[in-house]
Design a protein around this ligand. Structure first.
Ligand code: CP
Length: 328
């Protein structure tokens, strides 16, 4: 059993394996016969989606990823409708979920809960895998997986992620997606990362220290227009105003940290624009028509990468490979 609490569970062979598996699953699912065969892979499994922080795409893609493999799902999306409201502890709630299901996927407004759930599994009679689907401002490991897949696919004609210059822009201080993606960069050769943020939302010291300790070259700037022509990818994020304590978002001038038609003219022809979504004003809707805009494809990739991850957790990858060789 493996838990996905943070990105430390992934190494390069596993990342490459998951990317390959994602492509195989997509290929198999294209035919009605393939889709039916995938649904026969885990019809006796059940999953719990425990999302006590709002989500559209992670929730829906996890839910549908389970269904692609025939896994039935239950959900709690608000702790006010669970027995937590009567004072049941987090640990007792997780233990209760594990009595009924074979996998727990969880999103929480604060960090640390997925780690607590995973630790609990060592001491209960019916442990189940835990997937962190976003933990406060800290981590979003499955988003980082789909981001890696999208980058690898985007650069499949030019050597993949290795050797690329990746810009990450926006609210880097409170953006769990860029924090998780930055950590995974240590598995790629010759990558350079550029953090582009207003002073208020610069990347936190723990990630800067991680980059330095792992020899990932990085720089920080507030000047998007100067760096944009050098980038192979620009990963844009929104301001995470839900984490404001003193209304700090409202005083920040975001105009220099947006992608619009002018910025498209500065970007390499071969570069890609990514965003974990949902977006705010940091990417103009006109950008959606540009072939370099990858964020809607990135969103679609999310479900397939999550199918691959869940298949891996339940040891179904060999069966998927056999299906792919038969059906493709
Ligand atoms: N990217 C992402 O986590 O989106 P949701 O908050 O809609 O799940």
């Amino acid at each position: 059993m493996f838990h996905v609490v943070d990105t430390s569970v992934f190494d390069r062979p596993l990342l490459d394996d998951l990317c390959e598996l994602t492509t195989l699953v997509r290929t198999v699912a294209k035919s009605p016969e393939g889709a039916r065969c995938l649904q026969q892979l885990a019809p006796t499994k059940r999953a719990m989606l425990y999302f006590t922080q709002p989500s559209t795409r992670t929730f829906l893609s996890m839910n549908n990823a389970c269904h692609v493999l025939g896994i039935r799902t239950s959900e709690i999306r608000n702790s006010s409708v669970s027995s937590e409201v009567k004072g049941e502890t987090f640990e007792d709630s997780i233990r209760t979920f594990s009595s009924y299901v074979d996998l727990i996927v969880m999103r929480t407004p604060d960090p640390g809960y997925a780690a607590r759930a995973a630790a609990l599994m060592d001491s209960i009679p019916r442990p189940v895998p835990i997937i962190n689907a976003g933990s406060g401002k800290d981590q979003h490991p499955t988003q980082a997986l789909l981001d890696i897949y999208t980058l690898e696919r985007s650069f499949e004609e030019s050597g993949g992620i290795d050797g690329k210059i990746i810009g990450m822009m926006g609210d880097l201080k409170r953006g769990r997606t860029v924090r998780s993606l930055s950590r995974l960069m240590r598995h790629y050769e010759g990558v350079r990362v550029v953090f582009i943020a207003p002073d208020t939302f610069e990347m936190e010291p723990d990630i800067r220290a991680f980059m330095a300790e792992n020899d990932i070259p990085f720089e920080e700037t507030g000047r998007l227009h100067e760096i944009l022509p050098e980038l192979d990818a620009i990963y844009v994020t929104r301001i995470q105003s839900e984490h404001d304590v003193n209304d700090e978002s409202s005083g920040v001038n975001l105009a220099p940290f947006t992608i619009g038609t002018h910025e498209l003219g500065l970007l390499k022809k071969t570069a890609v624009i990514m965003h974990p979504l949902p977006r705010g004003p940091e990417i103009a809707v006109e950008v959606d028509q540009d072939p370099r805009a990858m964020y809607w494809r990135q969103e679609r990739n999310g479900m397939w990468m999550r199918v691959a991850l869940i298949a891996k957790i339940f040891d179904l990858d060999q069966e998927i490979r056999e299906l792919a060789s038969r059906i493709r």
